[in-house]
Design a protein around this ligand. Structure first.
Ligand code: NAD
Length: 250
């Protein structure tokens, strides 16, 4: 029920971090991987997957990538809408509206467009996994646009699950906590907070996520749709012992 070999899976934002780890995993287990990113990176080329350069926030560009991927390898069994950016826009009173718009364009519109094309390019029985974020639930000061964009991803996941269920397509999201990637360096403020804020006392690693996406794409999850799975080391569960100590000692 976990077998995904020979399946065709398209991953956006596959050139780095979480997307690259997913592309590597699905390639290793025998899937046909179509990797979409702004630029085709050396790491992607080394993986020997099908690479397509596209901007997920641009309708024509993303449509062309889906079309080429499916023309070459047939309809999709799985779609991972993962491309995203994290820009801290600063205090809301001084926020740069172009940053706000760019974050929502890529993180929210990009996922919406991916889902839009899925109804055309995904097989019946296929599945979509959207990358949301813990920030959809537990936000941080000055991360307003990012948190809004990811809350919208959780909501579009539920809505699309209702609409695409009639075509036997499941739609779920994954909300990572802090995961060490080029977006979130090991010595970043958030990574240091994660050692105190998570029940597991550490930031996550891409290897902590891969199995969850695999599960959600597989038949093991064939009755799971419209949910968000938090992979956050217990950050959203509550205040940790270390957190209590820190609060009381200050
Ligand atoms: N790293 C974390 O701590 C963390 C936590 C929660 C959620 N996320 C989410 O996970 C996803 C992947 O993040 P990551 O940490 O791997 O980041 P990353 O920066 O390492 O990778 C993101 C990839 O998306 C691509 N991308 C950006 N804009 C694009 C666009 N317009 N069109 C196509 N591709 C585009 C980038 O080129 C890059 O290859 C993002 O959606 C991010 O918001 C990350």
């Amino acid at each position: 029920m976990f077998n995904l070999s020979l399946k065709h899976i398209l991953i956006t934002g596959a050139g780095s971090g979480i997307g690259l780890a997913l592309a590597t995993h699905f390639k290793q287990i025998g899937c046909t991987v179509s990797a979409v990113d702004l630029k085709v990176t050396d790491e992607l080329l080394a993986l020997n997957v099908n690479c397509f350069s596209a901007d997920v926030s641009d309708q024509d560009s993303l449509f062309a990538a889906f079309k080429s991927a499916c023309h070459k390898n047939g309809k999709l069994d799985g779609l991972i809408n993962n491309a995203g950016i994290a820009i801290v826009e600063g205090p809301i009173g001084d926020a740069d509206i172009t940053v706000f718009e760019r974050v929502l364009d890529i993180n929210t519109k990009g996922v919406y467009l991916g889902i839009k094309y899925a109804s055309q390019f995904l097989k019946s029985g296929g599945a979509i996994v959207n990358t949301a974020s813990l920030a959809a639930t537990v936000t941080m000061p000055e991360y307003c646009a990012y948190s809004m964009s990811k809350a919208a991803v959780v909501q579009v996941t539920k809505n699309a699950a209702l609409q695409l269920g009639q075509h036997n397509i499941r739609v779920n999201s994954v909300s990572p906590g802090t995961i060490t990637t080029p977006m979130e360096h090991a010595d970043s403020e958030e990574s240091r907070v994660a050692t105190i804020a998570t029940a597991l006392s550490r930031p996550g690693d891409v290897s902590d996520l891969v199995g969850v996406y695999h599960f959600l794409l597989s038949d093991a999850a064939k009755y799971v749709t419209g949910i968000d799975v938090k992979v956050d080391g217990g950050w959203s569960a509550g205040i940790t012992y270390a957190g209590i100590d820190k609060l009381i000692s200050e």
